[in-house]
Design a protein around this ligand. Structure first.
Ligand code: NDP
Length: 378
């Protein structure tokens, strides 16, 4: 049975590989030979017939192009059905690369008319942070389920509006928290919450990289803040899922800015502490200058850690008893399939808008603590 499934899958991948390579080799399916455009149309129709949900990616940048679109070639319950872009040349290249019909290509002006398109079931918002709220709300009003990238928005008020818009439309809202589908991070959550090594006595998380000048991530209007919004959010998420708790209070310290022209109105490097209900104080750090990528727990009877902890792949983990190792997988494919299944089976997503809102509340408290120098209740 398993072998049959593998054969079916590898055959599908083989057919897909041909499609991506743009080869004009005839593709055989159900005894019919398809070539060129016919083949593309057939593949698209087949996805629909297979009952897969159609996903439209909004904003064709690094993440959409480098991770999400490739992952959508591996998903079993959803497929890349449409795109929304402000760049006509991307519309052309994506159309050719991913066999996207012209009628499923939108720009930011005609985006709302996506409501008349039955091919699109899910809208995936992959825009700069400050645009998440608008495109989620417009997407919900167009009657589509939404996945919105992290951070969910740049204010808690926007999160509330997004949740309300999806509820009103009777549509589901999920956040692109891919690490909830990553086996290494799930293992950390199990070890921590099941107290496999006893009570956690010390927990630390750090995520940072060197940001290049001129990108929207350094523009407060578009990013909503600095590395805390972009990278630190992974650390606070990790503290919550590793402990199974949410912080009651936070303190935070911003390091001196090294380049005042580059970092205007945003933090460059930030450390903060999350006080958990059981008295544990988790220590976190994020930076747009330093390379950081770890999640470490010291428990009463042993330790467990990941380093790197937050990448798309190549994660490494160990405990005081041995190595944590899992075969390679696509976090994004798993994440998108899980959302498609949640929609199909009418069950909750494990990464709902409410979780995005919770994190925005924690981020707001961290910024308040950073500015006031005081401990802030969450
Ligand atoms: P990019 O800058 O690479 O892409 C953003 C895209 O948004 C652009 O290519 C453009 O697409 C569109 N866009 C529309 N208006 C603007 C504007 N004013 N300025 C810049 N871009 C604009 O960003 P990323 O792909 O890295 O990030 C997008 C979102 O995804 C962010 O919220 C980020 O936090 C999140 N992300 C999540 C990751 C994860 O692991 N979950 C990893 C990386 C990012 P077009 O030309 O098609 O209009």
């Amino acid at each position: 049975m398993k072998d049959n499934k593998r054969n079916k899958l590898s055959r599908r991948n083989f057919i897909f590989d041909l499609g991506l390579a743009g080869l004009s080799i005839p593709v055989l399916s159900a005894g019919i030979t398809y070539t060129g455009k016919e083949k593309s149309k057939h593949m698209f129709e087949q996805n629909k017939k297979d009952g897969k949900l159609g996903v439209a990616l909004v904003g064709l940048g690094t993440y959409a192009g480098g991770q999400l679109a490739p992952a959508l070639q591996q998903t079993e319950h959803c497929y890349l059905a449409g795109i929304v872009t402000g760049t006509p040349s991307k519309a052309e290249s994506w159309k050719a690369k991913y066999n996207i019909p012209e009628k499923n290509i939108y720009n930011y002006e005609n985006y709302d008319s996506i409501k008349n398109n039955p091919d699109i079931d899910i809208i995936y918002v992959v825009l700069p942070n400050s645009m998440h709220a608008e495109y989620t709300i417009r997407g919900a009003k167009a009657g589509k389920h939404i996945t919105c990238e992290k951070p969910m928005a740049i204010t808690v008020e926007d999160c509330d509006k997004m949740i309300a818009a999806c509820k009103q439309a009777g549509k589901m809202l999920s956040i692109g928290y891919r690490l909830h589908f990553d086996p290494y991070n799930l293992e950390m959550a199990t070890l921590g919450t099941k107290k496999v090594f006893g009570e956690i006595k010390a927990l630390s998380a750090g995520f940072g990289f060197r940001a290049q000048k001129g990108i929207w991530r350094l523009d407060k209007k578009l990013a909503g803040g600095g590395p805390l919004m972009d990278l630190g959010i992974y650390c606070l998420q990790a503290v919550c899922y590793t402990t199974g708790m949410e912080p009651i209070a936070v303190t935070a310290q911003s390091a001196p800015i090294s380049d005042p022209e580059k970092f205007v109105g945003i933090e460059e490097t930030l450390t903060w502490q999350m006080e958990m209900p059981n008295g544990l104080k988790a220590e976190c750090k994020t930076s747009y200058t330093d390379g950081l990528n770890y999640l470490k727990a010291e428990a009463a009877n042993g330790s467990f850690e990941l380093q790197p902890a937050f990448n798309y792949s190549g994660l490494k983990g160990k405990t005081s008893h041995g190595v944590i190792a899992y075969p390679p997988m696509s976090q994004q494919a798993k994440q998108m399939d899980e959302f498609a299944l949640a929609i199909k089976n009418k069950r909750h997503t494990i990464v709902p808008g409410e979780m995005g809102r919770r994190d925005m509340k924690i981020i707001t408290a961290i910024y308040e603590a950073m500015h006031s120098g005081k401990s802030v209740m969450v």
